[in-house]
Design a protein around this ligand. Structure first.
Ligand code: ADP
Length: 595
């Protein structure tokens, strides 16, 4: 069958997203592949679709037990024969699944990498007709990735079990070039087709703020979003609790998640969120791996995460369904101090250095004056337009202030001090400070001493932050970061390039961008009605609402108002199985609504 027809038949989509078609075609041709697609980019279909079109069973290696169940439920909803095997199951379910596999009743089997340590299982799969092995979250095989999982290293060991060459399809959302090379080498991919689609998530609005009162910012932001689904990340259990209590007091329908809760509580709270019983979850970063709830409309970070990779992954949990969503990062100087402290607790010096470098990238992200999207994309090695018009740096209404002269003073102070010191000494010198540090280093004798004495310390520090973020100052050194000049600094020093900052006062006044302007191009009342119907079905069938239909499907229904089966089949996400299972119910609701 034609590939596009199969896509519609099984998954209800009319077209492929970027990169999906090439990856599917290459798997069907028998090639090893590596697909790097952003979170929410649609990696699953890249292996699920060919798995259905090829002979035999596809093994999917996935690190996340929680995700397996959702994936399998979702496939079953589309009428696809899929199962999973993991340590959360009882022996009866396990043997039942093995029996089904023997009878060729399963096309897609999810397993965790640890399962490959189980000799019984290895003996069992030896006789199977495996179409190919899909490796999800493939960056876990790289020690340089941010989620190294030793059992991923077991994967290549099973290739020799089979007479034929085992075809591998590896996928990940975040992989720098060196991690990509690691994946190819460690998984022993042979002459793979590699597709790196853009990292951009066009439907996400990126926003960075440094509010004086983060909780006040939060309640202001949430005031018109009571019913929307959202994740709020805080860095510690205590902060999660504080934020949770605050929102609860304001009568939000909120739950919480952190490592201090019992397993039972964690499971319950997570399910409350996934099943839409609670629409907000406040959590530490322990929450989220394996959460593929597709209608999360915002992800807010109350603290600065430890690196850009983690941030992009966590923020990427917003808007998987492709609808407009917000990714907001709130930070304070204290966050940086705490992150540095946590890194310093690690016994491994080389590890600390990598972590500090990674931390610096996110410090640069919050300080940059550039388009935030461009910053992210360039960090991941991708070209980007100068302005995206969908981030706070592009959208904010601020006054541009020329700070080239002050920047020159800072850069020349770094030069005069021999590029040997960190921020505080530079500031002491420029401020003309008389403190102990200043005396010890004899700063008085430096020509830039007291050159900025009329400016306040915060301004100088913030400006240094901007100069670092935008690449005019290099940070090096281990425990005590040292400021150095580079080629770009010369452009500013010799007046070839101007430096601007935003008028922060203006920005503080305007701590909120109008995101949802209330103009929907679909019938919002019908959408809400369909959501209710979806919730009823989800309760009856004990599967999460977004697995019944994603918000994107309901929005399509509320826009096109299909009143017969032919039109209903045109809806995004409606394939043959969903049509037969839910067509009548939803068409009925739409007709009832329009009468
Ligand atoms: P990833 O694993 O890359 O994070 P998923 O595979 O979970 O992303 O897909 C994210 C969402 O996008 C899912 O809700 C999925 O149904 C939807 N999706 C995937 N491919 C398409 C497509 N071609 N058209 C429309 N929606 C799609």
């Amino acid at each position: 069958m034609n590939i596009l027809k199969s896509l519609k038949k099984y998954f209800g989509f009319d077209s492929f997203r970027k990169g999906q078609d090439e990856l599917v075609e290459n798997i069907l041709k028998g090639n090893d592949v590596l697909g790097v697609l952003p979170t929410g980019g649609g990696k699953s279909i890249c292996y699920q679709l060919p798995a259905l079109m090829l002979d035999g069973i596809c093994l999917v290696i996935s690190p996340l037990i929680s995700l397996m169940k959702d994936q399998v439920d979702s496939l079953k909803e589309n009428g696809i024969k899929a199962e999973f095997i993991n340590s959360s199951q009882d022996i009866k379910t396990y043997t039942q699944t093995l029996r089904k596999i023997k009878r060729n009743e399963i096309k897609i089997l999810y397993i965790s990498p640890e399962r490959l340590e189980n000799e019984f299982f290895i003996d069992f799969i030896e006789d199977l007709n495996i179409s190919f092995i899909a490796v999800d979250e493939a960056h876990c095989i790289s020690q340089w990735g941010h989620d190294f999982r030793p059992s991923y290293k077991l994967i290549p060991q099973i290739y020799d079990l089979f007479d034929k060459k085992i075809q591998i399809a590896a996928f990940t959302a975040t992989a720098t070039k060196s991690v990509r090379e690691d994946i190819i080498n460690n998984l022993k991919l042979s002459n793979p087709f590699v597709k790196v689609t853009g990292f951009d998530r066009e439907n996400l609005l990126f926003e960075v703020r440094k509010p004086k009162d983060k909780l006040a910012f939060l309640s202001n932001y949430l005031s018109d979003k009571k019913d929307l689904s959202g994740i709020i990340y805080a860095s510690t259990r205590k902060r999660v609790e504080t934020c949770y209590k605050y929102l609860k007091k304001l009568s939000y329908n909120v739950t919480l998640y952190h490592a201090g809760l019992s397993d039972k509580e964690k499971k319950k709270n997570q399910e409350d969120f996934i099943y839409d019983r609670k629409n907000i979850i406040v959590a530490t970063n322990a929450f989220g791996m394996g959460i593929d709830k597709s209608d999360v409309r915002y992800v807010i970070h109350m603290n600065m995460p430890k690196d850009m990779e983690s941030y992009y992954q966590e923020a990427g949990r917003a808007g998987r369904d492709g609808e407009k969503s917000d990714a907001i990062l709130l930070y304070s100087t204290q966050d940086i101090v705490i992150n540095k402290y946590l890194i310093s607790q690690s016994p491994n010096r080389a590890y600390q250095l990598v972590k500090l470098q990674k931390l610096q990238t996110i410090i640069n992200y919050v300080n940059t004056n550039k388009c935030l999207r461009a910053f992210i994309l360039e960090y991941f090695g991708q070209d980007a337009k100068e302005k995206c018009n969908n981030c706070s740096n592009c959208l904010d209404d601020y006054e541009k202030i020329d700070v080239s002269l002050d920047s020159q003073k800072i850069l020349s102070c770094i030069y005069r001090l021999g590029q040997r010191y960190g921020i505080s000494t530079i500031v002491d010198c420029l401020k003309g400070s008389n403190n102990k540090n200043s005396k010890e280093k004899n700063l008085k004798n430096i020509s830039t001493f007291a050159l900025m004495k009329e400016k306040n310390t915060k301004y100088i520090k913030d400006l240094i932050g901007v100069l670092i973020a935008d690449g005019y100052i290099k940070v090096s050194g281990f425990k005590y970061p040292i400021l150095k000049l580079n080629e770009k600094s010369k452009e500013v020093l010799f007046s070839k390039k101007k430096v601007y900052i935003r008028d922060l006062k203006e920005e503080n006044k305007k701590e909120k961008i109008d995101k949802f302007n209330g103009n929907f191009d679909y019938d919002i009342d019908l959408f809400n009605n369909l959501k209710k119907l979806r919730l009823e079905i989800s309760k009856k069938r004990n599967i999460p609402p977004f697995i019944v239909f994603s918000d994107a499907s309901l929005i399509d229904m509320a826009r096109l108002k299909p009143k017969n089966e032919r039109d209903f089949l045109k809806i995004k996400g409606v394939g043959e199985k969903k049509l037969s299972q839910y067509g009548d119910l939803f068409i009925g609701k739409i007709i009832e609504f329009d009468n």
